[in-house]
Design a protein around this ligand. Sequence first.
Ligand SMILES: [Mg+2]
Length: 232
Amino acid sequence: MNRQYKHLFFDLDHTLWDHQSNANETLADIYNDFQLFQLSEFNVSEFQDTFHKINHGLWHKYHLGLIDQDYIRNTRFKMILSTLGIEIYDSDMELGKEYLSRCPRKSNLMPHALEVLDYLKVRYPMTIITNGFAETQEIKMASSGLIEYFDLVITSEQAGWLKPHHKIFDFAVQHAKVSPAECLMIGDNPSTDIEGARTVGIDQIYYDPEDRNEGHQSTYRIRSLLQLKEIL
Ligand SMILES: [Mg+2]
C-alpha cells in the first residue's frame, strides 16, 4: 500500500469500461437488427470504423465547448451514414436512440479491471470522475458491476464543469475530504485526465495500453492495469 495516497480517482471510459469493444458489439447488433446492409454496400467493420472516427471528432468538439450533448446524440448517425454514402435515411435518429440505450448495457471491461479493483477496494476509497452523460454512465456502472467498487460517481453534469477544468477536480477533492496531494488520478486521456489533475496538484497515472506515449508528462505511466498493484 502506498501511504502517500488516501483516495483514488478513476476515469470510466477506456480506463475501466471497455468503450471500444462495447461500442463495436452494439454497432454490430444494430447493423444486423436494422438490416443496414440493405442500404448500401458497407460492412460491419466499415460501420464501426466510421462511427469511431466521427464520434471521436464530436467528443473533441464537445470538450472544447463547441457543441452540446444533444448535438452529439441527434446528428451522430446522420453524419456516419452520410460518410458511408447514404444521404437520406429517415431512421437515423432512431439509430442514435438505439445506440444510446443499448451500448451502456454492455459489460466488457478493460483487461484485469476487476482483479485490480478487488485489490484496491480494501485499501483505498475510490471515486469515478467522468465527462460522459450522467444517465448513461450510471447504467454502465450498474450493468458492468463497477458500481460496487466506488463510493461516488462524479459526472461533469453534476459538477457543472468538464475535465480538464480544475473545478471538477476541486469538486472531487472536496467530496473526498482529502487534500490534492493525497489523491491520485488514473485515466487514459492525457489532456482531460492527466493534465487536468496535474493543474490542481493531484498526482496522475497515465493508462496507455496502446503505448502511444506522445511525450506527455505524468507521475506514472502504465500499459496494463495490473501495474497499479505495484504502485499502490
Ligand atoms: Mg477515458
